[in-house]
Design a protein around this ligand. Structure first.
Ligand SMILES: CC(C)(COP(=O)(O)OP(=O)(O)OC[C@H]1O[C@@H](n2cnc3c(N)ncnc32)[C@H](O)[C@@H]1OP(=O)(O)O)[C@@H](O)C(=O)NCCC(=O)NCCS
Length: 179
């Protein structure tokens, strides 16, 4: 594996995927306060500015280490979302990604464009063999993003996570290096 530490910027056709900055606090606060994000992305407890600040600080420190990738998605110099590595198993050369887009910027292809850039980076630059992504069963929007980014449906895992008081089934997609 060829992990990149420090400058992990990725440029896509319209987007810059970059490292966190302190000034991203407001953008993250808006995203984590959005009920559709709270429903579909595990971010319970991040609905105050103080908790988001602590989260961003920890994430920034953590992302200085090998194999911890967290990108802010920027369009026209504005923070519009994020995409990150949420799990990885180095021995098996596989990892998993998650993403969110600010509600004001949805439906314009930004999530799928960012995901395509990250899939390319993680397989062709870092060298992971397999990148997965998963969504809660009823979050079809997220499944459409994965399909649009050329990921393949793998299957459903029953009661995969316990979130907001209930067990939730998840749909899994994958992308292989030799896609
Ligand atoms: C899911 C999410 C990331 C989509 O972001 P986005 O930038 O609007 O997605 P894109 O514009 O790249 O859409 C890609 C495809 O998904 C489809 N899609 C997007 N939102 C959709 C929706 N609400 N319902 C159905 N399909 C949808 C688009 O139509 C597009 O397909 P098409 O080009 O064939 O029409 C965004 O709605 C979000 O952040 N939601 C809340 C958090 C979340 O669910 N995160 C993912 C957790 S797994």
């Amino acid at each position: 594996m060829n992990h990149i530490v420090g400058n992990i910027d990725i440029k896509t056709e319209r987007l810059l995927l970059r490292q966190l900055k302190e000034s991203d606090l407001e953008g993250f606060f808006k995203i984590f306060s959005d009920p559709t994000v709270v429903k579909n992305y595990i971010c319970e407890g991040l609905q105050s500015k103080e908790s988001v600040k602590v989260f961003l600080h920890k994430t920034y420190e953590y992302s200085k280490e090998n194999s911890c990738y967290f990108w802010v998605i920027e369009f026209n110099s504005k923070m519009i979302g994020f995409i990150n590595l949420c799990d990885h198993v180095e021995t098996f050369s596989r990892c998993e990604v998650g993403f969110c887009i600010n509600e004001d910027y949805r439906g314009k292809g930004y999530a799928s464009e960012a995901l395509s850039g990250v899939l390319n980076f993680l397989t062709n630059i870092v060298g992971y063999n397999k990148v997965s992504a998963a969504h809660f069963k009823d979050n079809t929007a997220s499944g459409n993003v994965m399909k649009k980014a050329n990921m393949t449906y793998e299957g459903e895992r029953k009661s995969e996570v316990f979130y907001q008081g209930k067990f939730i089934d998840c749909e899994y997609y994958y992308y292989l290096k030799d896609n």
